[in-house]
Design a protein around this ligand. Structure first.
Ligand code: GLC
Ligand code: CA
Length: 575
């Protein structure tokens, strides 16, 4: 891409930025009741700023009965009393803005809680003003819920079934009703008028259902019906209404698009139907599983690279990627695509594997210190509705130990353990026993321990973010993958005019040789980032844990990479 084009097509303020995602319940407890809250967030804003990010995405912080921990909302215009109140939110918002941090809210409009006043009214009967706010039928179709069995639940008060694509306590809103869309627009204005800077829109590609709700087919039972509610018939029409609201403000919209293909994503991101600035895609979350982490398969670097490159190439110059490896819905990335043994090495390498791609990086709380999956002893200790359903629904013939192992690999609860701030009691998260289990590794993996260590995962994230920010090439440059068939190394280039960055990531636990792409042969690149100490100056550079890698400086010069090593080189081409 030529530099001249940057200012014309890429003026959007969110492009050079990066974001930090907070799942408040587990971030920091400020008032000593064992639950993370907005008082804790307030106190940690300087820490967030110190990472080099430019904004925060809050997972839902509204009143919620917590059937799906905030994604079942009972009041869209207030704050959950566990987290504080609207005044405390405004304090957080003002302080964040004064630090130069944007605030993005979660907009969950596919469904509400069954305890939302609209649903309480709607179930009273067909002549109620809220009667058509939800999707009611006398007879269910064959759709399945993604979280809990059938997608329909009989309501004895109304004498009909309501649709719930997620949990029973998450009835789907009827977006075909213009009054419901008006409510959505009011909610958006409520938060935008208060000063928030945009929305992350939950399962946004599910909100328009096919007329008549016909029976569906699926190769996966839980997805039965999905082809009739994913990218539904009126989706772009409805989203264009919401886009108009956003256009009145200086804000951005980021959609979550479960199971979306790159082709259908382009309709949301470009052209006449453009209604979103970015989309969270899922293809790269399936390099070790099929469709959901519960259907686990061995990690395949080739699958990961294909997914990355498919989205990078398709969106290049036309749309903008939202980059992530973790959030509150997926297990921890080191435990999945890296190695808990090569914890520091793989945690740092994984950072470089995505932050330097084209797009806006998102970092999930705890990812920046390398938090890993928790392994609880019994399914009864898990709290996430989808983990509990999965355990009791699939692979029932396997022994309980094996099934629990699947939960260890897949549970969303691994991303929801309290943030590990230091090595004191309760990991510094709270003065009292927290609402959920703390990962027993907190004495080794915590912010306080990593702060002073120049090689820590925490400080590597800081280096990546500041390097990205310092370079227009790393923000806007063209993406090119090299050696896509290599089973151990992911190598990509970002280039703009005569400058190129080459990002090399080893996904191997053994030393492997990296080849130089032919276009760089004979060129000397400057090493600008590496996650290992320098061989020349550090006697420990060839040792990981107590393993001597058996590599010497000569071999490193020949292009050998240490386990999970990452290196970023900068090249300037002579004209
Ligand atoms: C999204 C959220 C997830 C939630 C689901 C239903 O995928 O990220 O946490 O359970 O939607 O709202
Ligand atoms: Ca609290």
């Amino acid at each position: 891409m030529k530099k001249e084009n940057i200012s014309q097509n890429n003026h959007d303020w969110y492009k050079p930025m990066s974001f930090y995602q907070i799942w408040v319940r587990s971030f920091c407890d400020g008032n000593g009741d064992g639950i993370g809250d907005l008082y804790g967030v307030y106190d940690k804003l300087e820490y967030i700023k110190s990472l080099g990010v430019d904004g925060i995405w809050f997972s839902p912080i509204y009143p919620s009965p917590n059937a799906d921990f905030g994604y079942d909302i009972s009041d869209y215009k207030d704050i959950h009393p566990d987290f504080g109140d609207l005044d405390q939110f405004k304090r957080v918002l003002n302080k964040a803005h004064s630090l130069g941090l944007k605030i993005i809210m979660d907009l969950v409009i596919n469904h509400t809680s069954d305890e939302h006043p609209w649903f309480i009214e709607s179930r009273k009967g067909k002549d109620n003003p809220y009667s058509d706010y939800y999707i009611w039928r006398d007879k269910p179709n064959n759709w399945k819920s993604l979280f809990e069995g059938e997608a329909w639940e009989y309501d004895p008060i109304r004498g009909q079934y309501y649709l719930h694509i997620f949990a029973k306590k998450q009835p789907d809103l009827n977006m075909d009703n213009p009054k419901v869309r008006q409510e959505v627009k009011d909610i958006m204005r409520f938060w935008l008028d208060m000063g928030v800077d945009g929305f992350r829109e939950d399962v946004i590609n599910f909100i328009s259902k096919k007329e008549g709700l016909p029976d569906g087919l699926s190769f996966l039972p839980a997805a039965t019906g999905m082809s009739h509610y994913k990218d539904g018939p009126h989706i772009h029409e409805y989203l264009s209404e919401f886009r108009k609201v956003c256009n009145e403000y200086d804000c951005f919209q980021l959609g979550e698009g479960p199971m979306t293909t790159v082709n259908s994503a382009m309709k949301y991101l470009t052209g006449k139907t453009k209604s979103l600035d970015m989309m969270f895609s899922f293809d790269h979350m399936m390099a070790d599983c099929l469709y959901t982490e519960y259907l686990h398969r061995p990690f395949s670097l080739i699958k990961l690279k294909k997914a990355f490159t498919k989205w990078q190439n398709a969106l290049n110059g036309k749309a903008w990627n939202a980059l992530y490896l973790e959030n509150h819905d997926h297990p921890r990335i080191i435990s999945r695509y890296g190695s808990e043994y090569f914890w520091r090495e793989s945690g740092t390498m994984l950072a470089a594997s995505y932050i330097f791609q084209q797009g806006t990086p998102f970092i999930y709380q705890g990812q920046e210190i390398g938090m890993t999956n928790i392994k609880l002893m019994s399914i009864d200790q898990y709290m996430d509705v989808s983990s509990i359903t999965n355990y009791h629904t699939y692979h029932l013939k396997e022994d309980p130990e094996r099934r629990l192992h699947r939960i260890h690999l897949s549970s969303r609860d691994s991303a929801r353990t309290p943030m590990q701030w230091n090595a004191t009691d309760n990991a510094g998260f709270s003065k009292v026993k927290p609402w959920f289990y703390i990962n027993p590794n907190y004495k080794r993996v915590n912010v306080a321990k990593e702060e002073p260590d120049s090689l820590s995962i925490l400080n590597f994230y800081r280096k990546c973010l500041s390097l990205r920010k310092s370079s227009e090439t790393l923000i806007y440059g063209q993406y090119t993958e090299h050696f896509p068939k290599d089973k151990n190394i992911y190598m990509y280039e970002r280039s703009l005019d005569d400058e190129s960055y080459l990002v090399i990531c080893s996904f191997s636990r053994f030393p492997v040789k990296a080849h130089k792409p032919p276009k760089f042969s004979g060129c000397h690149g400057e090493l600008v980032l590496c996650n290992y100490p320098d061989m020349k100056t550090d006697p420990h550079a060839g040792i990981v844990g107590n393993i001597h890698l058996g590599l010497n400086e000569q071999e490193l010069k020949k292009g050998y990479l240490r386990p999970y090593e990452t290196r970023v080189y900068r090249y300037i081409r002579r004209r």
